[in-house]
Design a protein around this ligand. Structure first.
Ligand SMILES: NC(=O)c1ccc[n+]([C@@H]2O[C@H](COP(=O)([O-])OP(=O)(O)OC[C@H]3O[C@@H](n4cnc5c(N)ncnc54)[C@H](OP(=O)(O)O)[C@@H]3O)[C@@H](O)[C@H]2O)c1
Length: 313
C-alpha cells in the first residue's frame, strides 16, 4: 500500500519509554508521523505545554489517529510544579481529543493506577471511584475527564508500574543500586503489576488492528477507559527480588547481599502512592481479546534486553 492510502498515525511523545516501543509497534499499521519535545531527525517537534501549537500540529498532520505517549511522569516533582504537570497531563489530552474529534480522527491516551487511593486489596475495574493521592494522580485524572468531556473516538489505557528497555525506570535503578550496594531496603506494602512498555505498545497496535477503519467510527463505538497492565501482582520488594535474582543468574556482577522489606512509612516521599494498585483488565480482554502476560513472564522477556543495552551482559 502506498503512503497516500495508508492511515496516518501521529505519535506524540515518541522519545519516552512507551513512545519508543510505539514507534516499533505502530509503524506497520500506517504512515507514522512521530513528534517529540526533542525530535530526532525525521520527527516533528511538539511541546505539550503549547496547546495552540499542539492543536495546529494535529491539523497540519491530519492523522487518522493520534497516539499520545507524552506525559509529565515525575511523580514526586509534580508536588512542586502542579501547574506544569497539569498543562501536560490534564489540559493537553483535552486539546488533543477535541482537535482529533474536530478533524474526524480518533485518539489513544494513557493513564495511571495513581488515579486511585489504593484502599482495599481487590483489583479495581474501570467503574471504581477515583481519588488520587498525589498531584501527578490528580492531573492524570483531570486528563481523563478532559478526554471524556471532549468526546468523539478514543481509548484510554490505564496502566501501572511501567518499565522498558529505553528511558528511565525502576528496573534500571534497582540494577544500578544492586551493583553498587550490599543492602537494599525496598517498600513492600505497595502492591501492583509491573508492566512493560512493549506490552502496552503491542496492545495499542492490537486495538487499532482489530478496530475497523475508519477508527473515528470504531473507536467511537468502543470509546472509554480500559485497564491494561501485566497479569498477577507483587510489591516493589517482590519485584526487586525477581529483578536481582534474574540479573545474578544472567551473570551481572552484583554487590548486593541483602534485600530488606520496609513499609511506605519508613520511606517517605513527597508524593503519596496507593498501597493497592491492582487493576482488573477484564474489560480489555472482553472488548479487544487481549490477554496480558504475567508480570514475571514479561520480566523474563524484557530484562535480558535491558541487561544487554545498559550493562553489556
Ligand atoms: N512510568 C510509569 O510507571 C507509568 C505508570 C502508569 C502510567 N504511566 C503513563 O504511561 C504513559 C507513558 O509513560 P512513560 O513511562 O513512557 O513516560 P516517560 O518515559 O516519562 O515519557 C514521557 C514522554 O513525555 C515527554 N514530555 C514530557 N513533557 C513534554 C512536553 N512538555 N512536551 C512534549 N513532550 C513531553 C517526555 O519528553 P522528554 O523525553 O523530552 O522528557 C517523554 O518522552 C504516560 O501517560 C504515563 O502517565 C506511566
Amino acid at each position: 500500500m502506498s503512503d497516500s492510502t495508508r492511515p496516518r498515525i501521529l505519535l506524540l511523545g515518541s522519545q519516552g519509554q512507551l513512545g519508543y516501543e510505539l514507534r516499533r509497534s505502530l509503524r506497520p499499521l500506517g504512515e507514522l508521523v512521530a513528534a517529540a519535545r526533542k525530535p530526532e531527525p525525521g520527527e516533528r517537534a511538539v511541546d505539550l505545554t503549547d496547546h495552540a501549537g499542539l492543536a495546529q500540529l494535529i491539523r497540519d498532520v491530519r492523522p487518522a489517529v493520534v497516539v499520545n505517549a507524552g506525559a509529565y511522569t515525575l511523580v514526586d516533582q509534580a508536588e512542586k510544579e502542579p501547574d506544569l504537570a497539569a498543562a501536560i497531563n490534564a489540559v493537553a489530552p483535552g486539546v488533543i481529543q477535541a482537535t482529533a474529534r474536530e478533524m474526524g480522527a480518533a485518539a489513544v491516551h494513557y493513564s495511571t493506577d495513581y488515579v486511585f487511593d489504593g484502599s482495599g486489596s481487590e483489583p479495581r475495574d474501570e467503574a471504581a471511584a477515583t481519588a488520587p493521592l498525589s498531584a501527578y494522580g490528580t492531573t492524570k485524572r483531570a486528563g481523563e475527564e478532559a478526554i471524556e468531556n471532549a468526546g468523539g473516538a478514543y481509548v484510554v489505557l490505564r496502566t501501572s508500574w511501567v518499565y522498558g528497555v529505553h528511558g528511565v525506570n525502576f528496573v534500571k535503578k534497582i540494577l544500578k543500586l544492586a551493583r553498587d550496594r550490599e543492602l537494599l531496603r525496598i517498600v513492600a506494602d505497595q502492591v501492583g503489576a509491573p508492566t512493560t512498555a512493549g506490552f502496552l505498545a503491542d496492545s495499542t497496535a492490537h486495538i487499532l488492528t482489530r478496530s475497523a477503519q475508519p477508527w473515528s467510527e470504531s473507536l467511537a463505538a468502543a470509546r472509554g477507559i480500559y485497564h491494561a497492565c501485566c497479569g498477577g501482582d507483587t510489591s516493589w520488594y517482590g519485584f526487586t527480588c525477581a529483578i536481582v535474582e534474574r540479573a545474578r543468574r544472567a551473570g551481572l556482577p552484583l554487590a548486593v547481599k541483602s534485600i530488606e522489606p520496609i513499609t511506605s512509612a519508613e520511606f517517605p516521599t513527597p508524593a503519596r502512592r496507593p498501597l493497592n494498585s491492582r487493576l482488573s483488565c477484564r474489560r480489555l480482554s472482553e472488548r479487544f481479546g487481549i490477554t496480558p502476560p504475567g508480570w514475571e513472564a514479561a520480566l523474563d522477556e524484557t530484562l535480558p534486553r535491558i541487561l544487554k543495552e545498559e550493562f553489556g551482559v
